[in-house]
Write a protein that binds this ligand. Structure first.
Ligand code: TXA
Ligand code: MG
Length: 347
């Protein structure tokens, strides 16, 4: 293929190639870049991931540098076949076998005891490794070419996760070797992270697979207090949950309660240049204020799919503050949407 690994001497100096997930030669080329130790942003059903070969510590180290990610925040390893679990995990709990059979490929990450062969830079030194099997054909093809791939969301640390190739380029253009464009992500929020390494399964991050679907299969699932933002004095078990995440540049305030009351609140409080992140059909209520809708309140899949793109649009428009309509419903995908809005509102 003639592609040589770049040593990443100077972040921002790379010509980031645009490749198409629909063109087999482009996918093969992206696979060669990964095999040579490079970085490729790849489409998954949840969000775009910034991939490197998981068993190559130098390549994985370059992910942290490109993202500006703190080194104590471990990465998810992506696989394409169940047998690959054996090379990553020291033991595979029965619940993992059951969950994988039902929900993989899909937006579910399982945390399990790691094997020593998994580099410390992937797990941030933890005794566990997080693994998932993505849905998109492009991601699976890359894994088949280059082996298991470590991939965090392909944004600069702290920014909302990218759900289009354009979002990735805005954050990481010039810092990574290539972006494999597979169009907009279908789910739009990150995977659900479930820890199976302890006595009881524990939800570390709500995401694209609803908790109820896990519980229907394996029984009650605990919740790490960090998910609700409770201050316990203990660090969250998913280190990533402690960082200000999913956050636009402008301060974000949650608007709870009925739409009319929310509109009155915004009229009384909003500064010049403020914007409303609203539900479909609410623009008239917030007349006079710049509104961006992120979907129907009754359709949580539309909210999760559009949330990050809407936050990024408000960033591009340089709004002074964001008033975000917070869905009144709970359960299902609402849990992830409410969690990400809550995190975006933390300062
Ligand atoms: O949908 C997704 O999960 C996307 C796509 C690209 O697969 N990836 C993603 O990765 O969201 P990232 O790095 O942005 O989030 C991974 C989360 C972080 O909160 C991290 O702390 C946690 O998973 N995590 C990773 N390994 C862990 C481990 N061994 N124990 C506990 N938490 C872990
Ligand atoms: Mg992330």
């Amino acid at each position: 293929m003639g592609w040589r690994s770049s040593p990443h001497p100077n972040p921002e100096s790379l010509a980031t190639r645009h490749l198409s997930a629909d063109i087999p030669e482009d996918v093969a080329y992206a696979g060669e870049i990964l095999k040579s130790g490079g970085l490729v942003a790849m489409p998954t059903e949840t969000v775009y991931g910034l991939a490197a070969r998981a068993l190559d510590p130098a390549a994985v180290g370059a992910i942290y540098a490109a993202k500006g990610r703190p080194s104590d925040n471990p990465l998810i390893v992506h696989i394409a076949d169940l047998w690959e679990l054996g090379s990553l995990c020291a033991s595979i709990p029965d619940a993992a076998v059951l969950l994988a059979a039902h929900f993989w490929p899909g937006p579910l990450t399982l945390v399990m005891p790691r094997r020593r062969e998994v580099p410390d830079v992937v797990t941030a030194g933890l005794p566990t490794v997080a693994v998932r099997m993505p849905v998109t054909a492009a991601a699976r093809a890359l894994i088949k070419i280059a082996g298991p791939l470590a991939a965090p969301s392909a944004n600069r640390a702290g920014a909302p996760s990218p759900t289009t190739a354009g979002h990735v380029r805005a954050d990481l253009g010039g810092r990574i070797d290539a972006i494999l464009d597979g169009g907009p992500c279908v789910v739009g929020v990150e995977s659900t992270v479930l820890d199976l390494s302890g006595a009881q399964p524990c939800l570390l991050r709500p995401g694209g697979l609803a908790r109820e679907r896990l519980e229907a299969l394996i029984g009650p699932v605990g919740t790490d207090p960090a998910v609700e933002g409770a201050a316990t004095g203990q660090p969250p078990r998913a280190p990533g949950m402690k960082y200000r995440h999913y956050a636009p540049k402008a301060p974000l305030f949650l608007l709870q309660g009925p739409a009319a009351a929310a509109a009155a609140y915004v009229r009384a409080r909003a500064k010049p240049g403020a914007a409303v992140l609203c539900f479909d059909g609410e623009q008239a209520l917030f007349a006079g204020c710049y509104c961006v809708s992120y979907g129907r309140e009754g359709d949580p899949a539309s909210l999760s799919r559009n949330l990050y793109a809407a936050l990024r649009q408000l960033d591009r428009d340089d709004v002074s503050e964001i008033y975000a309509r917070y869905p009144a419903y709970t359960g299902g995908l609402y849990e992830a949407v409410r969690n990400r809005l809550g995190k975006a509102a933390e300062s």
